[in-house]
Design a protein around this ligand. Structure first.
Ligand code: B12
Ligand code: SF4
Length: 521
């Protein structure tokens, strides 16, 4: 029988419409769209279009939407970096289908709803947890019930913008399981997210976000504004039921826990591990963000027995001053190397995350963070540049120190290039240092290259290709410019010339001769 119900299309735009960069274009998790679909499937038919995963052109995307002829289109946008693709999609859809209702949601909309709603093509923005807001909004648009009272932004009949409180769902157990049948799971589970340390331990694999919220309050992190300080979790049985379904129906052999901070709720996390052990899941897994300060022996033992193979620990800074006064994460640095050793002795791999170029950080402190990364015992270190995000303490710090280097009012331009500056260093210095020290710390010796190749599951030749393209991208983005500040400190050489010998001792020689303070190496 042909359905007479209205149709909702839920979509990820293709981030390559804004920027085609293999290092920042991730495959997004279809489960977010599948979850939203499950929340509304009693009201409408739902179709999912993932233009990102299938690398669709804007034309192909709009053709697909037009062929479906939906009443509603929901567009999800994960980070502010790719906001343009939300607006491109909305404009292209409205040009073809004037009567369609466009609803935007996702982290970018939660944070930047005013910016989002300045686009007339977007009819509704969803702020915070979207499942019930979307359900109640669609019910209302179908003539049943009032508009939701939290979690929505829209224009009133007079054209004024209504902005409601962020929606927060307390009982995650009450949410349905994502309707994975709406996508071709066999495609998603068989393609690793991208080349890098976060490859799943075994293929096929799935990604999971289990908890929402984090109480820690690190200065640079937006999670408090996105999901709040209270950590909400479903029952462990529900989580393992979903994993069993993914294993039995779709054949996954591993999974990645993508939560902001799942280990902070220690009791829940240990119960989950115990449930995984008791139900003999037989899956391996990685934990994407592991708060090392929560680790204890019992937890580590359960992790090993449950099938954990690797963790990402977010250490962020290599000096206690920056940790306490700028990062504000409750880590005592002297505890880190012994904890990492313990995890590695238990047979797990450890990837460590660091951030450099905070407002108020000195050049020598940045260098100490890099030295700490080399000495902390992790198999692989990731270096991020500090990016000030609206609504965070770091945003306020950067404004107070007049350290922001931003042409845009919404902040973030790119996660790879610094937008902070100081009397001692420029944004370009930090961006270049990041790329080349990442290269040196992780790939300088043949042994390191072998370790990383094994960890990434690729050949050493592939590693060399990634290294080269990373350096080339930095040079292309920054190196050709002639920033006057840089010319002052290095006799007119461009950054690319000044930092042009990555992976060799000359990098540190170059540093030592630069007219900026260098305390290490
Ligand atoms: C898991 C995760 C990832 C995963 C995959 C996420 C995915 N969904 O596919 C991966 C590893 C790919 C990833 C990558 C990156 N991420 Co990330 N990621 C997260 C994390 C921890 C959780 C997101 C998530 O999936 N939550 C679970 C789902 C259910 O929630 P949700 O997506 O928010 O969706 C809900 C609502 O937003 C809403 N909603 C969402 N879409 C829609 C659509 C409609 C129509 C409606 C009505 C509602 C709606 O309803 C949903 C259900 O409640 C967040 C932090 C956070 N707490 O949000 C950071 C976060 C989003 N990531 C961030 C960053 C910086 C990145 C990277 C740039 C990292 C990097 N340096 O490379 C990349 C870029 C990815 C990209 N190219 O877009 C930042 C973004 C900051 C910002 N404002 O831009 C965050 C906020 C972390 C942080 N504090 O720094 N990320
Ligand atoms: S511990 Fe992680 S999720 Fe929590 S505030 Fe800090 S960075 Fe954000």
């Amino acid at each position: 029988m042909v359905s007479k119900r209205n149709t909702l299309v839920l979509a990820y735009p293709n981030q390559r419409w804004h920027k085609d960069d293999f290092q920042t274009n991730w495959n997004l998790n279809p489960s977010t769209l599948c979850l939203l679909a499950a929340a509304v499937d009693e009201l409408v038919d739902v179709e999912i279009i993932d233009a990102q995963f299938y690398d669709m052109s804007l034309e192909e995307f709009v053709d697909r939407v037009q062929a479906i002829n939906p009443r509603y289109v929901g567009i999800s946008i994960l980070t502010t970096e790719y906001k343009e693709t939300l607006h491109l999609s909305a404009a292209a859809i409205k040009e073809r289908l004037q009567d369609v209702v466009i609803i935007a949601g996702g982290v970018h909309v939660t944070i930047e709803h005013l910016d989002v709603m300045s686009d007339e093509n977007i009819d509704y923005g969803v702020i915070g947890d979207g499942e019930y807001v979307l359900r109640d909004l669609i019910a209302h648009l179908q003539g049943e019930g009032d508009l939701p009272s939290t979690g929505l932004t829209y224009r009133d009949p007079g054209g004024g913008l209504v902005v409601q409180e962020r929606a927060v769902i307390d009982d995650l157990d009450a949410l349905p399981m994502p309707n994975y049948e709406l996508v071709r799971m066999e495609d998603y589970i068989s393609v690793a997210p991208r080349i890098g340390p976060n490859r799943p331990p075994d293929m096929p694999y799935a990604r999971l976000v289990i908890t929402r919220g984090c109480p820690v309050g690190c200065s640079f992190c937006q999670v408090e504004s996105i999901s709040g300080k209270r950590v909400r979790s479903p029952s462990v049985g529900k989580v393992v039921d979903e994993l069993v379904y993914l294993r039995d129906k779709h054949g996954i052999r591993s999974f990645m826990i993508d939560d902001d901070n799942i280990v902070i709720k220690k009791k829940f996390f240990k119960q989950l591990l115990q449930e995984i052990i008791d139900r003999e899941l037989g899956l391996s897994f990685h934990i994407h963000a592991f708060a090392i300060f929560s680790l204890d022996d019992e937890m580590l033992d359960l992790m090993v027995r449950a099938g954990c193979r690797a963790i990402n620990v977010a250490i962020e800074a290599g000096t206690q001053r920056v940790m306490d006064e700028i990062v504000m994460k409750p880590i005592k640095l002297e505890t880190v190397p012994p904890l990492i050793k313990k995890v590695r002795d238990a047979g797990l791999s450890v990837i460590a995350n660091f951030i450099i170029g905070f407002p108020g950080e000195s050049w020598s402190e940045i260098r100490e963070t890099i030295a700490f990364a080399e000495q902390c015992g992790a198999q692989y270190s990731k270096f991020f540049v500090a990016v000030p995000l609206k609504g965070t303490k770091m945003w306020d710090m950067a404004l107070e120190l007049e350290a922001m280097n931003l042409p845009s009012t919404t902040g973030i331009l790119d996660w790879r290039y610094s937008q902070i500056t100081s009397d001692e260093w420029t944004a370009e210095d930090v961006s270049i240092l990041r790329a080349y020290e990442w290269d040196r710390v992780n790939f300088a010796t043949a042994e390191k290259r072998r370790t990383v190749a094994a960890m990434w599951g690729v050949s050493e030749a592939e590693i060399q290709r990634v290294r080269k393209s990373t350096r080339d991208a930095v040079i292309a983005a920054i190196g050709s410019g002639g920033d006057p500040d840089l010319e002052d400190v290095d006799n007119g050489a461009t950054p690319a010339q000044r930092w042009s010998d990555p992976g060799s001792a000359r990098t540190s020689d170059t540093l030592a001769s630069a007219a900026v303070p260098v305390s290490i190496r």
